[in-house]
Design a protein. Structure first.
Length: 331
């Protein structure tokens, strides 16, 4: 692959991270319906600011109130997402036209399909007025795109490493950890989509934890004109939040087990350092979550919590990739 391609994939990874963070900020600042239509805003490519544009917006969307700040937050997120789509299309074209046998064509095709589906989820997020399942799917879609880009980056960068140890057991442990972490991210997305964060205060359990019930978790949002600020009962949202905390413990224990397994089974320092990084990140993530609750959910810290979740996932993918390569070398 050319130097231009490597720069493009690196830029795409950075841009995808920005899109994930901007999407989280859009959600946390309650700007998800800042523009009532898609892909434009009140029928314009930018936020209406001229008197005649505002008049047209009010006429076309009488049930929506134009809030320029929220509208710009939403549109900036869309601009970045659109730019990412263009870069991904370029990456796909380069990989498909490549004559290299090991070119990750399946990953590139999956990435392009995911970008298209993510655009649909973005549209449905607005047209269905923040339906929680769609919002959670949109968040997971962003993480999936970031993960695919990271795998393409790892596949196209040469690693000259001599692996030693039992990679098969470690790889199975890493993949199991990945499943556990993805479940935790999905729970965090479901929590955010239902505006459940402030419903569980106190540490380490909710101060009103007696309201928790497993049966309440089975309740799903009923049809509503809008799902902004949530429609589920208080006890259901509290239960959603508490399950997110409980599964965080499962996630930490799983990653501790992975790090220990890697240190016992693998003698390659690079893989050990990669596993150590995942362990440090997950412990930091738990600490950040506790600080967020203690300080009553400040938006910047919560945004950083979302960013750390993405970095943690990518770090774990990196460990699994190295272990997968090691397994192939040893066969």
């Amino acid at each position: 692959m050319s130097q231009v391609f490597h720069r493009a994939i690196t830029f795409a990874c950075i841009l995808a991270m920005c899109v994930v963070v901007l999407g989280a900020y859009t959600r946390l600042s309650n700007a998800g319906l800042g523009c009532p239509d898609w892909p434009g805003c009140y029928g314009f490519l930018t936020v209406p600011n001229e008197l005649h544009e505002i008049a047209i917006a009010q006429q076309e969307f009488p049930s929506s109130r134009l809030e320029p700040r929220k509208a710009w937050i939403e549109m900036i997120h869309r601009y970045f997402a659109g730019g990412l789509g263009v870069v991904v299309l370029f990456i796909f074209a380069v990989i498909v036209r490549s004559n290299q046998r090991q070119a990750p064509k399946l990953l590139a095709a999956s990435l392009l399909v995911m970008i298209c589906f993510q655009a649909l989820l973005g549209m449905w997020t607005v047209t269905l007025n923040l339906q929680p399942f769609v919002v959670m799917g949109h968040l997971l879609g962003g993480f999936t795109i970031l993960s695919l880009l990271t795998l393409i980056y790892l596949r196209t960068v040469r690693h000259t490493i001599n692996f030693e140890g039992n990679a098969s057991i470690c790889l199975n442990a890493g993949l199991a950890c990945a499943v556990v972490l993805i479940v935790q991210i999905a729970l965090g997305g479901w929590l955010a989509a239902n505006y459940a964060a402030p419903h569980c205060t106190g540490l380490p359990l909710c101060s009103n934890g007696e309201l928790f019930s497993w049966s309440s978790l089975l309740k799903i949002p009923e049809p509503a004109s809008t799902y902004e600020y949530g429609v589920l009962p208080f006890e259901t949202r509290l239960s959603i939040h508490l399950v997110h905390r409980i599964w965080a413990v499962v996630t930490v224990l799983s990653i501790i087990a992975l790090a220990a397994t890697v240190h016992v089974k693998m003698r390659q320092p690079m893989i050990r350092r990669a596993a150590n990084l995942v362990l440090v990140l997950v412990l930091a993530q738990v600490a950040i979550g506790a600080i967020i609750v203690h300080f009553d959910f400040p938006i910047l810290l919560t945004l950083f919590h979302n960013l750390m979740a993405a970095i943690l996932l990518l770090s774990l993918i990196r460990v699994c990739y190295f272990l997968g390569r090691a397994k192939k070398v040893m066969l």
